[in-house]
Design a protein around this ligand. Structure first.
Ligand code: UDP
Ligand code: MG
Length: 155
């Protein structure tokens, strides 16, 4: 089982898409283990996107991410990292395939609705950054687990 960080960016919240986007992940069978909403501090946003700090879009991205509330999620599931990225679609919404979140709901490269960790190391560090307090992460077993997975073979 893997865990990954997902963010619903300010455009998703402002456009009233929180419910629809959350449903994509829930209906897929990913388990929500953390969920919170706020305008996050600039320092956290800078750290989160540190890998892009030399890129020309960095300052605009940090400003955008701090311009309105963001929903932060910790999701758990088998191959949760790649599964989440597949559901999201590619970075540029305009080029993203129909059926994906970005492909179905967006038009923009920068205002692209969602973030998902891109690998096991990033997932680990991003979860430590956004869900530093263990009290904000719920350990629980959904009753549907044995219907989502073939537990004998897959877990
Ligand atoms: N971004 C942007 N312009 C670019 C590339 C990226 O505004 O030319 C923004 C966009 O919001 C993207 C984020 O920076 O989601 C991080 O970029 P990355 O390449 O990591 O894409 P992601 O992993 O989010 O698909
Ligand atoms: Mg990325």
């Amino acid at each position: 089982m893997e865990r990954t960080l997902v963010l619903f960016k300010p455009d998703a919240v402002q456009r009233g898409l929180v419910g629809k986007i959350l449903s994509r992940f829930e209906e897929k069978g990913l388990k929500i283990v953390g969920l919170k909403m706020r305008v996050f501090p600039e320092e956290l946003l800078r750290t989160h996107y540190e890998v892009h700090k030399q890129r020309p879009f960095f300052e605009g991205l940090v400003k955008f991410m701090g311009s309105s509330p963001v929903v932060a999620l910790a999701l758990e599931g088998k191959d949760a990292i790649t599964t989440t990225r597949t559901l999201m679609g590619e970075t540029n919404c305009a080029k993203s395939a129909p059926g994906t979140i970005r492909g179905d709901f967006g038009m923009s490269f920068s205002h692209n609705l969602v973030h998902g960790s891109d690998g096991p190391d990033t997932a680990k560090s991003e979860l430590a950054l956004w869900f530093a307090d263990p009290a904000e992460v719920c350990e629980w077993t959904p009753q549907q687990t044995t219907w989502v997975y073939d537990v004998e073979e897959e877990l």
